[in-house]
Design a protein around this ligand. Sequence first.
Ligand SMILES: *[C@@H]1O[C@H](CO)[C@@H](O)[C@H](O)[C@H]1NC(C)=O
Ligand SMILES: *[C@@H]1O[C@H](CO)[C@@H](O)[C@H](O)[C@H]1NC(C)=O
Ligand SMILES: *[C@@H]1O[C@H](CO)[C@@H](O)[C@H](O)[C@H]1NC(C)=O
Ligand SMILES: *[C@@H]1O[C@H](CO)[C@@H](O)[C@H](O)[C@H]1NC(C)=O
Ligand SMILES: *[C@@H]1O[C@H](CO)[C@@H](O)[C@H](O)[C@H]1NC(C)=O
Ligand SMILES: *[C@@H]1O[C@H](CO)[C@@H](O)[C@H](O)[C@H]1NC(C)=O
Length: 236
Amino acid sequence: MFSSTLLAVASATLASAHTIITYPGWRGNNLLTNETFPYGMQWLYPCGGMPTTTNRTFWPTTGGAIAFQPGWFSGHSTAFIYVNLGVGNEGPELRPDLAGPPNMSHPMINPFQIIGPTKNPYPGTVCLPQVPLPAGTTVKAGDNATIQLVELALHGAALYSCVDITFAEPGDPRIPLINETNCFNSTDIGAADIYTLTMRESGSTIASPSAAAPALQKLAAWAYVPMLVGGMWALL
Ligand SMILES: *[C@@H]1O[C@H](CO)[C@@H](O)[C@H](O)[C@H]1NC(C)=O
Ligand SMILES: *[C@@H]1O[C@H](CO)[C@@H](O)[C@H](O)[C@H]1NC(C)=O
Ligand SMILES: *[C@@H]1O[C@H](CO)[C@@H](O)[C@H](O)[C@H]1NC(C)=O
Ligand SMILES: *[C@@H]1O[C@H](CO)[C@@H](O)[C@H](O)[C@H]1NC(C)=O
Ligand SMILES: *[C@@H]1O[C@H](CO)[C@@H](O)[C@H](O)[C@H]1NC(C)=O
Ligand SMILES: *[C@@H]1O[C@H](CO)[C@@H](O)[C@H](O)[C@H]1NC(C)=O
């Protein structure tokens, strides 16, 4: 299934880095751009323009693997990756019999950055072998849900892909096995943790000391430069 997906997509449009979920599957090929989706289908929240599907994949109630290929189009030398879960079927879809989750607001991982080899399209797979359920979520075998993969591009817009799943007990033979052929990290795609540094606490009028100290020192160093070269304050 993995290689046939690759072939199908390779022969599809190479329009403009988009993502393909290679495990546990995806809703379908949403890499296209046409008159209905003039900016490209995959930019559409929540699932890149693909409606809920009924050919669901079984996935463990205790969490499981997610593998994807993030480098299908250009412009994604780096990107942020998010994985979310949507549960329930009260979503506002046009076909009530096919309604998916009302939202995809339940993060399964801390977002991280991928570091690609180039800004041009690149091959390669990233696999997260054990993605847990969102904190506080309890599910049982037979429940349906949707996993959403978000690739946040350098300019802040996001690409969406989803896979519809049905939960099964770990070890259920209907869960596709993972092994080194469908769950691996390609060496050409690096990864980085994402940190934030508080500049100013909410409710505070002064910068937090930890962030402010180096910033103020830097400012002071700058202020001295024009004084040394003759007081050209206009440069500041
Ligand atoms: C579901 O069917 C669509 C349409 O045939 C296909 O593109 C997609 O890969 C299938 N998804 C899964 C998880 O098998
Ligand atoms: C664009 O592609 C989508 C998905 O295949 C399809 O539903 C839609 O009808 C297409 N639009 C046009 C104008 O061909
Ligand atoms: C899960 O979805 C399938 C169709 O994709 C549906 O037949 C089944 O009734 C759903 N199960 C539950 C518990 O809603
Ligand atoms: C998101 O969906 C869940 C059900 O999956 C619901 O309990 C929750 O209230 C929803 N959150 C928002 C912000 O709509
Ligand atoms: C890996 O698992 C897939 C099923 O998910 C199977 O088709 C394939 O043969 C397995 N490969 C190896 C090397 O065990
Ligand atoms: C792939 O890389 C990610 C990010 O560093 C890591 O969380 C994951 O465990 C790696 N997967 C494998 C199969 O080693």
